[in-house]
Ligand binder design. Sequence first.
Ligand code: IPM
Ligand code: MG
Length: 371
Amino acid sequence: MTSNKKIMILPGDGVGPEVVDETKKVLDWFAKNQGLNFHIEEDLVGGAAYDKYGVPLKDETLADAVNADAVLFGSVGGPQYDNIDFEKKPERGLLKLRKEMDLFANLRPAIVFPALSNSSTLKPDVVSGLDILILRELTGGIYFAEPRGIENLDNGEKKGFDTNLYTTSEIERIGRVAFDLAELRNKKVTSVEKSNVMMSGVLWKEVMTNLHAVERNNVELTHMYADNCAMQLVRNPKQFDVIVTDNLFGDILSDCSAMLTGSLGMLPSASLGNKDEKTGKRHALYEPVHGSAPDIAGQGVVNPMAQILSLSMLFKYSFELNKESELINQAVSNTLDQGYRTKDILSSDGKIVGTKEITKNIIRNLDELSR
Ligand code: IPM
Ligand code: MG
C-alpha cells in the first residue's frame, strides 16, 4: 500500500551513519514481514557532503528531500569542521533543510520507558511514567532572523549580533499545532517565552492568549517564563503536557527534557510543515535529538534507539501507520525491559551491549510481538 512512497535517507556525520544503518534493518524487517515497501533514496549531508562536494547540502539533495514523502535524517557535525567558513558548516545543511522545507513544527517527545526510570539523573519518582511533548518553533526566531553578523566598530572592537523576531502568523501556526496535539493528549498547553524581558516574548504571549480565546478554549493554556520552565522541568516535569516555545528556548529546553528520560540517546523528533491543501502532502523530517557524538563515533557503542524511534514517528506522522509505529515503540520498550543497554543508559542490572546487538534484540522483539 505504501510502495509508491519515497523516503529520503540522509545519514550525515559522526554516529549518524551508524544509527541510520541500524534503522534500515528495521525498515527491512517491515518490508520482509509486513509487506511495507518504500522507495528509498540516500544522499550525503553535513560534513560528509562538504568533504565530497564542498557544500553541506547540494541543491539536488535539497530538491530530492522536498520531493520525498519523508526524510529520515541522522546527525551532522564534527570537530574537523570547526574552522571552516560559517556558511559551509555541517549544521548549515540541516538548517537549510528545515528552512527550505518550511518545517516549522518540531515535536520532541520526552517519554520515560518503565525500564529506564532509574537511568535518569533525577530521582525515579520524579520521572517515572513521564510523557511530555516539547513543541519547538523551528524556522523562525533567532536562528534565521536578520540582521545578524559580526561587524567592526570605530573603537577597534567588533560586535556580534543576532535578531529574535516572530510575526503574528508564525506564532499562530505553531500555536495551532500545540493545541491540536494537546487535544489528543492531556489537553494542557504551556506557552513558554520571556515576555518579562523580550518584545518578541510579549507578542508571543499576546498571540497565544488570543488564539486560545478565539479558537481553542477547550484546551487549558498557561504561560511560563523560559527560565522558570527550565527549573520546573527538573523540579516537577510531570506537571507538563505540551510545552510550546520558540526556536532557541526549544533547543535548550528539549536537551533538558531529553536528559529526564535517562539519555539523549533515547529521544526521537519530528519536524513537520503544513499540509498542502491540494495534495494532502506534508513535508517532514525525522531525526534523533542527539547530535553526531564524534567522541564515540565508529566504535559500535552508540545507542540506535533515538534513530529507530524517529522511524516510528515517521510511520505515524507521515504515513498514518499507527500500528506499525506502536510496534516499534513496544519492541524498544521490551528490549529495555529485557535489560539490554548501551553505555549511555546503563543501570546496575543491565547487560551492556553494542549498537548492533541492540538492533538485533529490537528485531527479535518485533518478531515475537508480531507472531
Ligand atoms: C538540535 C541541534 C541543532 C539546533 C544544531 C545541530 C544546529 O542542536 O536540533 O537541537 O541547534 O537546532
Ligand atoms: Mg539542540
